[in-house]
Write a new protein. Structure first.
Length: 121
């Protein structure tokens, strides 16, 4: 088995997540990174996308999950995304990082975020 990682960085999603009512009403950008542990043996030999994780499909799934529901916490959104990705069957574990560049935290910062690792290794 050749274990590998497939990753997507900086998926930009405009959504309505947050604890404060104005965040849910107004919405804001979120940046989402996904790193998936996969067995890349078959794909490395066949050169066929059907033998690995289609990162374009994963990116679309991330946008779908992030825009179809509203969460108070990034932790909950991370978990929802991770669980949907693991349904694929080709992914043994996944790490999801969500950054909130314009979080209303009352001080100047480049952003806040959460990373969740889910699945088996």
């Amino acid at each position: 088995m050749n274990k590998g990682r497939v990753f997507i960085e900086g998926i930009r999603v405009f959504a309505h997540h947050g604890v404060f009512p104005e965040e849910k009403k107004k919405g804001q950008d979120f940046l989402i990174d996904v790193t998936m542990d996969v067995d890349i043996e078959k794909a490395s030999i066949s050169d066929n996308i059907d033998d690995t994780v289609d990162y374009a499909a994963v990116a679309r799934l991330v946008v779908e999950v992030a825009t179809s529901s509203s969460f108070n916490l990034l932790e909950s959104l991370c978990r929802a995304i991770a669980e949907r990705i693991l349904e694929n069957g080709k992914v043994s574990s996944v790490e999801v990082t969500i950054r909130k560049p314009d979080a209303p935290i009352g001080v100047e910062a480049r952003g806040v975020g959460v990373t969740l690792r889910h699945g088996i290794d």
